[in-house]
Structures are given as structure tokens and as C-alpha cells.
Design a protein around this ligand. Structure first.
Ligand SMILES: [Zn+2]
Ligand SMILES: [Zn+2]
Length: 172
């Protein structure tokens, strides 16, 4: 039988969101945190009552846009404020790219996580480093996995670390 939220919460580990972090990356970190052990979005979807919608958010599909009630249900499980969760999503009216997943290797070398701003349609480059974002592995051309699956921070095919890819980024 499925555990109730109250029972589940007893063994959940809280994960602190990072500045500008995307919801996909945060959910992946939360699911894998010591003690949480949600190997897929399904388990977390079940506990939060959100079902399959979390798997869609991990892939940056926000249509229909997450409602306050949905964010509240998630906030209840992950113990992060609703407004803080809202910051991991695009602002209203900002177009999202759900594919390809993009990254700035220079940012990743400094802070290893995926920024929600990298998936905005209007974002062409990294303002901090004046570099164009990468939209696939510059060595072997394999697309990047969704950020929820970024564990080691490297290409799954050629094993190049994201942080090393900065050498292949063009000026912006
Ligand atoms: Zn950068
Ligand atoms: Zn590669």
C-alpha cells in the first residue's frame, strides 16, 4: 500500500534550491538525495499527488502552466516555499525551449547545475561569460540529457565533462 504523505515525510531529506536553478535539475537532485530514493519522477509524483506531471516538468513542458495548487502540492513534499519553486520556472510570457537542453560550460565549472534561463527562447548566450550556449556535446554531438539526469556533469557518450566544454564555446 502506498505510504501517506505524513509517513513519507519522516524519511525525506530536504534539498536547498540553488540560485537560478531549473526545476528539472532541482527535482533530479531532490529525488536522488540521500534517503529520498525516488529513482524516477513517478515515485515523487505519487507521493505529491501530482502524478505524471512531474515527468513533464523535468522535460520543461509547462503547457498547461503549473498551477498554484500543483506547486503547493510539490512544496508540501519538498518543503520549499511555493514562491521559491515558482522561481525555478520561466516567468509568465517567456517562451521555453524544452529541446535542446543547453548549457554554459564556464558557468558549470563554477557552479555545477542547470540554470532555467538557459532554456528561455530569448537566451542566446551567457551574459556572465560572453559565450554562446552549447546545445549539444561539442566533441561527439550527442544532445545533452535533461538536467534531472545530470549526475556526473559529463557527456554520456564521450564522457567529456561539461566544465571542459568551455574551450569549444564561441564568443557571444
Ligand atoms: Zn556562463
Ligand atoms: Zn560527447
Amino acid at each position: 500500500m502506498a505510504k501517506t504523505l505524513k509517513e513519507t515525510k519522516l524519511w525525506l531529506t530536504r534539498v536547498e534550491p540553488l540560485e537560478g536553478e531549473s526545476i528539472s535539475h532541482f527535482l533530479g537532485r531532490f529525488r536522488r538525495a540521500k534517503g529520498n530514493k525516488f529513482s524516477t519522477p513517478c515515485g515523487l509524483g505519487q507521493v505529491s499527488g501530482l502524478g505524471a506531471v512531474l515527468a513533464r516538468w523535468e522535460k520543461f513542458y509547462f503547457n498547461p502552466f503549473p498551477t498554484f495548487e500543483e506547486l503547493e502540492a510539490l512544496a508540501n513534499v519538498v518543503e520549499v516555499d511555493v514562491n521559491r519553486l515558482r522561481e525555478m520556472l520561466p516567468l509568465a510570457g517567456v517562451g521555453m525551449k524544452h529541446k535542446p537542453i543547453r548549457l554554459c560550460g564556464a558557468c558549470y565549472a563554477e557552479e555545477p547545475y542547470h540554470l532555467i534561463a538557459w532554456q528561455f527562447k530569448t537566451t542566446a548566450g551567457c551574459d556572465r561569460h560572453q559565450l554562446r550556449l552549447l546545445s549539444k556535446c561539442p566533441i561527439c554531438e550527442k544532445p545533452f540529457p535533461i538536467p534531472a539526469l545530470w549526475i556526473e556533469g559529463r557527456c554520456l557518450r564521450c564522457l567529456t565533462f561539461f566544465a571542459e566544454m568551455v574551450d569549444r564555446q564561441k564568443a557571444y
